[in-house]
Design a protein around this ligand. Structure first.
Ligand SMILES: [Zn+2]
Length: 483
């Protein structure tokens, strides 16, 4: 025990030393990286992410079932997200996305970007304020009815807040006089806020009036090429959901007011889903109930399977548009014979905020959020012992562990938080950690003080608890995929 105590004392000294160089505040109140003073320490120590400093408004913590606004229904993901300080309602169908949600959203956007770039997508950003002229040209100004948020500028000109951008992107492409068949397929996409005046916004981020969507538009030389593009986007969607660990079904769908000939929805089966699906128990066939004419129970594809009804949350939608918009806006390209030809189009949506909420809806327990690991706001939470407890001295080891993880495992840089609220019991902090759903929670207690230090690791997604040496821990966390 003697050498251990010596080590602990040394660490206490280091901690005191570190206390002097904790993050400084600059004038705007933001934490700055601490400068290491020119002393015996050559190692640059990064500021630690402290739970006590994270903005997750705790007054929302015990709102329970009464977190709903008047006239607004609630569901598991909405309740858990509000309780954990991830979102806060502002006005019907609109939410503050609090910092942890923004971190998760940014990760989700990176995964989507990777998949879209993988099929040749190029990201752009189009105005949210859309001129009514474009929408009148496509006749959707009237067709969209009350769903469209409309407004007038100071000159009396009509505008809408874009719920989708077929008109805008097609006009953009039409303006390029020199588009060649060699540049096709052209896949343009954006991830932006969209607006839809929902009659009954509900279920938190699942059906809001302001939300993030990824919308991609494709331009091809022929119908055949457009179908190939369509298939490649569908495969990218399937890969995306697989990477997130979400079970998603691709179902035949109605083309709705977007128009076109072929359409699929990507649905996450869930009890609170608003779409009714029929899924074949025998083959891959599945369809939205709306698209099937009779109350059929036999599968049209394999003829032998029985269709079973399930509810789903729509998280993606693909449309083959043909020449519908390219014809109206004259989006042409010069073909191999150097003649102008009208482009074949497709459009492909993903509800970004909806994927986040739907994932929480289907993965979480009633008490705590469970994230797709890849997009959890933080991967690891380290819990030091309660202040004044008999293993108090392990607190130094917890702090040291946070630094070691950040330095040894580059993928976990900025992903490890220290729950420094040591006035609270470990049990109480564990409960909070379970509510927030960090994929890995490490309890630094008695075991860490032993000759061969051991750490208690709770893998929240699997509900498993393990006791690991430092090496074992580094090995486990070194395999965590981050984005
Ligand atoms: Zn079948």
């Amino acid at each position: 025990m003697e050498p251990v105590m010596h080590r602990v004392r040394q660490r206490v000294f280091h901690r005191l030393h570190r206390a002097l160089i904790l993050p400084k505040r600059n004038h705007s109140g933001c934490a700055e990286k601490a400068d290491v003073p020119p002393s015996t320490h050559s190692r640059r120590i990064k500021p630690t992410l402290l739970v006590s400093r994270l903005y997750q408004p705790s007054n929302l913590r015990d709102v329970g079932q009464d977190s709903r606004l008047p006239g607004e229904m609630t569901c598991k993901s909405q309740r858990l997200m509000q309780q954990a300080g991830l979102i806060h309602p502002s006005n019907p169908g609109c939410y503050y996305y609090l910092p942890a949600t923004v971190r998760s959203m940014e990760k989700l956007v990176r995964v989507i970007d990777q998949e879209m770039h993988g099929i040749g997508g190029q990201k752009l950003d189009m105005p949210s304020l859309c001129s009514a002229d474009l929408w009148k040209t496509s006749e959707r100004w009237d067709l969209m009815g009350k769903e469209l948020f409309r407004l007038k500028d100071r000159h009396g000109a009509d505008y809408c807040l874009g719920p989708t951008h077929e008109e805008a992107v097609t006009t953009l492409v039409a303006h390029q006089a020199t588009l060649s068949y060699k540049q096709l397929p052209l896949l343009l996409y954006q991830i932006t806020r969209k607006f839809r005046d929902e009659p009954k916004p509900k279920f938190g981020l699942l059906r809001g009036r302001e939300f993030y969507m990824k919308d991609m538009y494709s331009f091809d030389v022929s119908e055949e090429a457009a179908y190939e593009t369509y298939e490649s986007v569908c495969r990218a969607y399937t890969r995306l959901f697989a990477r997130l660990g979400l079970r998603c079904v691709q179902v035949q769908a109605d083309t709705g007011n977007i128009g076109g000939k072929l359409s699929h929805e990507f649905q996450l089966p869930a009890d609170i889903g608003e779409d009714r699906l029929l899924v074949c128990g025998n083959c891959s066939f599945s369809a939205n109930v709306e698209t099937l004419t009779s109350d059929r129970t036999d599968c049209p594809q394999c003829k032998t399977g029985t269709l079973v009804e399930s509810k789903g949350i729509e998280v993606g939608h693909t449309f083959y548009l043909g020449k519908k918009y390219s014809h109206i806006f004259n989006a042409t390209f010069s073909n191999a014979q150097n003649k102008q030809s009208i482009a074949e189009m497709g459009c492909f949506g993903l509800g970004v905020t909806r994927i986040l909420a739907a994932a929480i809806e289907v993965m979480s327990t009633e008490e705590g959020i469970r994230w797709p690991g890849l997009i959890a706001p933080y991967q690891v939470c380290v819990l030091p012992p309660k202040k004044g407890s008999k293993v108090d001295e392990a607190a130094v080891l917890a702090e040291e562990l946070v630094h070691t993880l950040g330095e040894t495992l580059p993928g976990l840089r900025g992903e490890v938080v220290l729950d420094d609220r040591t006035q609270m019991t470990v049990g109480k902090r564990l409960k909070d950690a379970s509510r927030l759903g960090y994929p890995y929670v490490i309890v630094v207690g008695q075991g860490a003080l032993e000759e061969t230090p051991r750490f208690e690791v709770i893998c929240q997604q699997k509900g498993e608890t393990m006791f690991l040496s430092k090496d074992g821990l580094l090995d486990l966390l070194g395999r965590v995929e981050t984005v």
